[in-house]
Write a protein that binds this ligand. Structure first.
Ligand SMILES: N[C@@H](CCC(=O)N[C@@H](CS)C(=O)NCC(=O)O)C(=O)O
Length: 247
């Protein structure tokens, strides 16, 4: 059984204390109707959470975070203080992007992102684990090598490319990672491939990964990506709610 299974997972932790409700009606008395999402536009983890919320048609109150100036209410809800953080109307907190995706899609999955055309949810989670673990490890050490002592960017780039080669192989047999229609794995992984490509776009385009390049371009042109990348100003306590919605 995978760590993340919609039937068994996502028992969100209760926030120690949630900030005052801002649903309809007077502050403090109204029941919050929408989840709150602390998000950062350029963060690949937050991106994938936003795309899953769009796919699930779940409206959220979006709070755009500046990482060097995180709102105290976010840190209070999730002391590890990474984005994205989702706070449900009952005060429960989900602060891992993949868990937010799976939670949202377990609520509503009209596009069947959790049930790919080929393979299973567990297969997708295994590929996402390869992305979130080894690929992200090499990506960070190649892209931000000055931040890591003794990191050889060339070696890390080559190791990342071995994983890209595997993805390219999958995409040679199907339009998407798990068949002819997109599913959870595509949207969970693509923001990181974008990050890799953006580190050196000319080098990425010159790589012998035609299927991966085509897949990334499709993703970048998708309405999910476009809508997920809407720009918002930094959120401050007391601001009017910004509703991030599917349609
Ligand atoms: N495993 C977490 C990772 C989230 C993460 O690392 N987000 C980064 C931004 S992309 C972050 O918030 N870093 C904290 C910081 O830079 O202060 C998830 O999937 O949600």
């Amino acid at each position: 059984m995978s760590e993340i299974d919609p039937a068994s997972q996502t028992k969100p932790s209760k926030a120690a204390k949630t900030d005052s409700p801002s649903g309809d009606g007077a502050p403090g008395t109204a029941k919050r109707t929408r989840p709150i999402l602390y998000s950062f536009r350029r963060c690949p983890y937050a991106m994938r959470a936003r795309m899953a919320l769009l796919a699930a048609d779940i409206d959220v109150e979006l709070r755009e975070v500046v990482l060097r100036d995180k709102p105290p209410s976010m840190i209070e809800a999730s002391p590890k203080a990474t984005v994205p953080v989702l706070i449900l109307p009952d005060g429960s907190v989900i602060d891992e992007s993949l868990e937010i995706m799976v939670w949202a899609l377990a609520e509503n999955d009209p596009l069947e992102w959790l049930t790919p055309e080929s393979g299973t949810l567990d297969d997708m989670l295994a590929l996402i684990a390869l992305n979130d673990g080894p690929f992200k490890h090499h990506l960070d050490r190649f892209k931000y090598h000055t931040r890591y002592e003794n990191a050889d960017p060339i070696e890390h780039r080559q190791d990342a490319e071995k994983i890209l080669n595997r993805l390219d192989g999958r995409l040679a047999v199907g339009k998407y990672l798990f068949g002819s229609r997109p599913a959870l794995a595509d949207f969970a992984i693509a923001p990181f491939i974008r990050q890799f490509a953006n580190a050196d776009a000319a080098a990425f385009d010159a790589m012998p990964f035609a299927h991966l390049q085509r897949w990334l371009n499709d993703f970048l042109a998708s309405s999910f990506f476009e809508r997920a990348m809407t720009k918002y100003d930094q959120w401050h306590e007391g601001d009017d709610p910004i509703i991030f919605k599917a349609a």
